[in-house]
Write a protein that binds this ligand. Structure first.
Ligand SMILES: [Zn+2]
Ligand SMILES: [Zn+2]
Length: 287
């Protein structure tokens, strides 16, 4: 290899490495159809949804400034109507940030507790990109656009006290975030609070909300039976940790012995099972 060849080879290798690094850093983003004009958008581990109507787009969580900037460009390329509504699942920054990107055309709707939760976090910089809702609701609200209706229903408090179950009526599909899972264990220690309210919120949703498809803030798409299965995960978790405490087991002993084997196929079972037990334990000990 002569010197010219060598430098060309070096340059190409460096370029290859750079491209590889860029590919690894690039967020995994994807728009997939759920049913009819309803779509799910993936941003790494986070998901949101949008419904296309002849008069505009109804979007759920904006997720982040970077994601919303990307999504806005994607939507503009695909459709000739703007985002008219942004419907918040809850106030947490990793789902609710970035809304300002759509503020030129959209009305923002969230549960009324979002405002007090955001006011409490006013000095917390991680919430700086969460645009407060323009319109709030207490129990439920219906948003109608281009002949389509989307309902927001207040979930019982668990993961947060401002969670909305967002229901696309014609599509028989719900979008709900963090307090509901399918095929996936809940995040880390579930906030370390009591688990019973999570079960209650899920049971209440199952009993009162009519839907077929569950598209959630994380993880795979499921159906109503899949949500039922994940409620059983929470019930087993709670009953086994309760029994462990009554038997005088330490947290470490419970983390070794409570295996919930029927759920070992759940996403992040290996990663978060022990933290789920720790959070459940803490929730019970603090009661
Ligand atoms: Zn959350
Ligand atoms: Zn989340």
């Amino acid at each position: 290899m002569n010197n010219k060849c060598l430098s060309a080879w070096l340059l190409l290798s460096l370029l290859g490495l750079t491209l590889q690094a860029l590919a690894q850093d690039a967020p995994a983003r994807e728009i997939t159809n759920i049913t009819g004009d309803l779509y799910r958008v993936t941003d790494n581990a986070h998901r949101t949804m949008f419904l296309l109507t002849p008069e505009g787009i109804i979007l759920t969580d904006p997720i982040s400034v970077d994601f919303s900037t990307w999504l806005k460009a994607e939507l503009e390329e695909r459709y000739d109507v703007p985002v008219r509504y942004v419907l918040y699942s809850h106030h947490h920054d990793d789902h609710a940030s970035g809304g300002a990107i759509f503020a030129d055309t959209a009305i923002f709707v969230g549960h009324e507790n979002m405002n007090s939760n955001l006011a409490r976090e006013a000095e917390n910089s991680i919430f700086k990109n969460v645009r407060p809702p323009d319109v709030t609701f207490t129990d439920r609200i219906a948003v109608t656009l281009g002949g389509k209706t989307v309902e927001m229903i207040h979930a019982l408090p668990s993961h947060s006290d401002d969670s909305a179950i967002i229901r696309f009526l014609d599509e028989r599909t719900i979008f709900a975030v963090d307090f509901v899972n399918v095929g996936r264990v809940p995040f880390e220690n579930m906030g370390g609070g009591p688990v019973a309210p999570w079960i209650a919120a899920n049971m209440h949703m199952q009993a009162t909300v009519d839907y077929d498809i569950a598209t959630l803030g994380h993880g795979p798409v499921g159906n109503k039976a899949d949500v039922g299965d994940s409620i059983r995960y929470l019930e087993v978790l709670l009953s086994e940790v309760t029994a462990g405490i009554e038997a005088g087991l330490s947290l470490e002993e419970m983390q070794e012995t409570i295996l919930m084997e029927g759920f070992s196929h759940y996403i992040n079972y290996d990663l978060w099972r022990e933290q789920n037990i720790q959070g459940t334990y803490r929730g019970l000990m603090d009661e």
